[in-house]
Design a protein. Sequence first.
Length: 471
Amino acid sequence: MVRALGRRDLVLLFVVAVFNLNVVPSIAANGGVTIWLWIISLLLFFFPQGIAVIELSHRYPGEGGVYLWAKEVFGDFHGFLSGWCYWTNNMLYVPTIMLYFVGVSVYILGPSRHFLADNKLFALIISLVLLALLTFFNILGLGIGKWINNFGAIGTFLAAGVLIVLGVVISFRFGASLSVADFKIPDNPRFVLNSFGVICFGLIGLELASVMGDEIKDPRRTLPGAVAWGGVLSGLLYVGATLTLLIAVGKNVSVLQGIVQAVTHMAGRVGLSAITIPFAIVLSLSIAGIGSAWIGGCARIPFVAGLDSYMPSWLGNIHPRYCTPYAALIVQAIVSALLVVLNFAGAGVQETFQKLLSLAVVLNLVPFVYMFGALVRFALRESTPQGRYSRNTLFIAGLSGLLTTVLGIALVFFPAQQITSLWSYELWMFGGTAFFVGVAAFFFFVYGRNKLQQKIRTGTTSVLPLTADKL
């Protein structure tokens, strides 16, 4: 693998992967109380996440990230399950990015075309085309793919900057539309509960670069500073963007078009309506960068699992010219495309977005149970720390992150306000979670047996029965 990622590339990758403007509108739709949820999540989840990433990447540098870490600490099955959930979440999350791109890009076409964002056929075609293009660029290699990520990060900075500056101008000229009452817990907090899980999900991304550990220049020196800078910038941008949305639009914000909706509204009030189309172009670039970062990063999970023989070995194939895991990238794109098509059946665009996002939250938080659990294990079992941090730091960060992660998983099963049917939502959530975990177990046990039999044939291991306790 080519070591193409330097410190600047990593900081920009963290910003574009962590600070995802597409989740901000669905969170801001629940009002000012979400600002408190952001602060709680930053302290109890995001900061411990940075400690976990630095500690684990220091102990176990290499390709695979969350897959490798859980495997080394808890065993092969847990490593596979961690990596599997991280990857399958991506196949659910990437379609939400494509849908968000659709909701934003229609503003480039002018006011008469805004209705296309709710057109199922248009949304489906644009989503599939963008998915194919980003997959193709990642097959060409990180030497090219990283520039999409970098331009996406720059677009994210510009978009967030415009949004926040307009919010400040509006507040000074016309006063803020928020009051103290907006920051209180509502009488019916059901929808707010879902937001906590989505906020934790929004703060995920610091671990992404470690999935590509063999493609980072001097990772032990480069990662800690990049994690710190990327984390601070992302946290500030999230809180600022959420506050600005609440100032500009309030709780009546579209989950797909909320950012452009807010900028259009604020720009019109200060006589800058002409910036709407340029802003939509910049934000579309940012969204494409987010999609590229997650498509390229998460494809390394099935690639490593294929090399480990826990999934079909051809997933571990590297392109002979571009040195990229092209087979894993193609499979990932095909499954994501199928999920987009299936979820459009019988649901509107915004409800499809929210259902895909909620299940993605559950699956993507599972690897963090292992990450934080590893810190607690180190603290309890090692009398002398073998990594970068003290036992107390590892224990506090691990326990805080573990409890917050479990709570975030549980709360996302409460439906968001865009959901029209409670029963269909719960069936999707419980059924989808059980399905993906069940498929993971199937792959591990089937291909795990094949792996053991191969070792037996080559004489590299003693003949032992493959039982659950040995996994």
